[in-house]
Design a protein around this ligand. Structure first.
Ligand code: FAD
Length: 291
């Protein structure tokens, strides 16, 4: 199923992101975790391409299994920055062969080596180059791309970031998923600005439940997200107790999601970090809201 069709539905829904295993040995446990999340029947599941510490080699295997065994629509992430056109062409073909209809087209993060290398030698400089290749592949994929309510860290300013975002959408994106954020007002401001810039495709807010104190630093480093005082107080108070922090983090994410739904968002994407219990608790907290 194409996510462009799904996102047109009026019903409120949750989707979950999972990541592939970091090592071959971890494959079975990650597969099991993703299956437990699929059993929650989310609106769709996305499988990252190497992000979150996983390798890219199992993205398709995990996505195909979720779709075929549990009937959950899947979104396969694909990055391009360190790839050749031939490699990407083959990856696109493999996604088609796996029966997956949706691709999240990403540039990928720049390693220090990549950032220092000569960009004239690169086949892909930005996600838009990948979007063009998927569009020209001859296959009819539904394409999504990333967006950043708090600006991409490499951008000079938000106006420039939104200008390039509009170009990605015009190149053929049917939806955009956001980087994590912890203050919904940042999303609402961003939505106002992108709508004003003429970006009309559905925006899927990405919400990350922070369930242990160590995750906080990593999340800020990864996303550059602003941590509201309300969230910092919660970590200060409960961070030392794993169970209490988990409960508080789930409650905070639930609260964020309820506010998003109350303000017109129809689908929220939860960065599940491959934790079925966290995904299930958030979904249970919203059971009457989602019905
Ligand atoms: P781009 O759209 O290329 O943007 C990168 C920077 O370049 C921005 O500053 C932008 O303003 C600027 N820019 C864009 N187009 C142009 C242009 N034409 N000319 C000049 N400047 C331009 N990483 C992974 O490795 N695997 C994943 O699975 C993964 N999933 C993600 C999912 C989501 C929802 C998000 C938000 C991020 C994800 N990432 C993933 C991280 C992502 O790869 C990084 O954030 C990366 O640094 C940027 O990717 P992008 O696709 O947004 O890049």
């Amino acid at each position: 199923m194409k996510l462009s069709d799904l996102l047109m539905q009026e019903k409120l829904s949750l989707s979950f992101e999972v990541f592939p295993p970091k090592t071959d040995m971890a494959f079975d446990s990650v597969k099991h975790a993703t299956e437990e999340i699929a059993k929650l029947s989310p609106s769709f599941m996305s499988v990252t391409y190497g992000a979150g510490g996983g390798t890219s080699k199992y993205t398709l295997e995990i996505a195909k299994n979720i779709k075929e065994a549990y009937g959950v629509p899947t979104l396969a992430h694909l990055t391009c920055v360190s790839s050749t056109r031939d490699t990407v062409k083959r990856k696109i073909e493999q996604i088609k062969e796996a029966g997956i209809d949706n691709i999240m087209a990403l540039r990928g993060d720049l390693t220090p080596e990549l950032a220092a290398s000569d960009r004239n030698d690169w086949d892909y400089r930005h996600a838009i180059d990948l979007i063009h290749d998927i569009k020209n592949s001859g296959y009819d994929f539904c394409i999504g791309a990333a967006c950043y309510p708090e600006i991409h860290p490499e951008s000079e300013n938000q106006r420039e970031d939104i200008k390039y975002l509009k170009e990605k959408v015009d190149a053929g994106c049917s939806f955009l998923t956001t980087q994590m954020f912890f203050d919904n007002n940042l999303l609402y401001n961003f939505l106002y600005k992108i709508r004003e810039a003429g970006i009309t495709v559905p925006i899927i807010p990405g919400v990350m439940p922070i369930t242990n104190a160590n995750q906080v630093e990593r999340a800020i480093k990864l996303s550059g997200s602003f941590m509201p005082q309300r969230f910092k107080s919660l970590v200060d108070k409960f961070g030392h107790s794993p169970d209490a922090m988990k409960q508080a983090g789930i409650a905070y994410a639930t609260d964020q999601i309820i506010d998003l739904f109350a303000n017109g968002i129809k689908n929220v994407h939860v960065y599940s970090m491959n934790k079925p219990d966290v995904a299930a608790k958030i979904q249970n907290n919203l059971s009457d809201i989602l019905n």
